[in-house]
Design a protein around this ligand. Sequence first.
Ligand code: FAD
Length: 488
Amino acid sequence: MVEPDISELTGISNIFEDDWTRTIYSVDASHCCVKPMAVIFPSDKYDIQEICSYAYSREIPITCRGAGTGLLGQSLSSGIILDFTKKMNKILEIGNNYVIAQPGVVKAVLDKELAKKGKFLPPDPASSNYCTIGGMLSNNSSGPHGLGYGSIINYVQNVEMVYGSGMLGHADCNEYDEKVSKMLKFISSLNFDLKSYYPNVNKNSCGYRLDAIFEKNKVNPQKIFVASEGSLAVVTSSRMSILDIPEKKCLVILRFENILDAAIAVPSILEHKPVAMELLDRGSILEGWSGGDCGDSNACIMFVEFYGSDNSIYDKVSNFELAMRDRVKILESGYDQKSVDRAWNERKNSLNSAMKKGMGSRKPAGIIEDTVVHPDILYYYLIFLLKALAKYNLDYVVYGHAGNGNLHLRPFMELGSSCSNSLMHVLASEVFSYVTKVRGSISGEHGDGMIRTKFVPLMYGETMYDVFKQIKLIFDDKKIMNPGKKIL
Ligand SMILES: Cc1cc2nc3c(=O)[nH]c(=O)nc-3n(C[C@H](O)[C@H](O)[C@H](O)COP(=O)(O)OP(=O)(O)OC[C@H]3O[C@@H](n4cnc5c(N)ncnc54)[C@H](O)[C@@H]3O)c2cc1C
């Protein structure tokens, strides 16, 4: 085969083919490594059209990249990488209840601009100082406040995109292009209940989110692009709903004797309707944590946050504290923004502190790091998980969004050894089988990427996986859009 010559793309500046750039873009926040053939910083959708048409005619893979903080190798490929952070990073419009942004806008930059108007876009990944809107949308990101506010899929009103063929596309609930129309016709022709194949949890980034397209009296075709990991189209801008920043906040920090005590308390804490309920177990609690007596290595901490627009929040919090007092130690209740922010900064560092516990090639490994089960059964799920880890003699770190039943658990393993790889596969198969049996999801917010895509058929079954394959073909007939992600 003749090697494609990227310099044929004469109308495009900012093409990098040097080894240094390709090496930098060969890694992301996962354990994976794939060297791309070139990296391009497109300036607008017309650049992207030209690049896609070129790649389409030569069947070269196109992979989009934001900040590369994806944890499963989503932004890696051997083809052309499109990086939006340099040129397509503008906030295009802020309205009273919406924002329109290009994909390369960093979430923290958007947060700052929206805060000036008393607004916010609620999904708040711990990586928000770096991650981009394009990456968040394509992974269906959420974060600690996903309990009260849901994932970004709840906020996406419109998507503008370029398909692999170079065709421009758009989708919102009133208007959409011909490919989107074909997808809707295809879904309508299916003679089974789509939603029955989806998990019974309130966050899910696995597979294509067909279940989110149809609401009672509304069709939201734009939502097919959320969680699709750039495997259907390149998103060039999106309009998203924004909300008023709540006036009052209170964060209560609880200390449990161990993680099972914390998990069994989850349903009763949920009755108090917090907006966030976050668990930090050993390993993920920063050593510098000053608010608690964490000498006991089994102890764990739970952050429970309440929002409100009036003084009724104070009654809500004192009722909660009263109910908790006999069961756990209340370490802190913070009402002022400074103490709330300090504590959340600690929580944001959970993954970093977990990573620091690794030594040499022995690292906390990601594959079962994002499972979700219904919070009512989190306790039983944890018993199963701890038994499975003990069976293979694996130490672990765990933290996560307990209120959603979404745990970020990482066993320590020798990365790269074939023995660890096969153990990881065995463990993942066992854990994912359990999760699917209880109608959970193998990914609540991190997505499938290179690492988990092979488990998508296990999660949804062959019937739905065949539907996903058809969806892929409708949008990307030559399968050049981020190959190996979502569909093998
Ligand atoms: C320390 C740390 C903490 C994290 N905490 C959280 C958390 O709390 N919650 C959470 O949900 N996630 C979390 N993550 C995972 C990750 O940060 C998020 O998924 C994030 O939204 C990815 O954004 P990114 O800009 O880095 O995307 P990338 O990793 O660069 O890309 C992610 C995916 O988006 C696609 N993509 C990017 N731009 C486009 C585009 N324009 N069109 C089509 N596809 C596109 C890429 O191809 C890829 O498939 C964390 C990661 C780290 C490292």
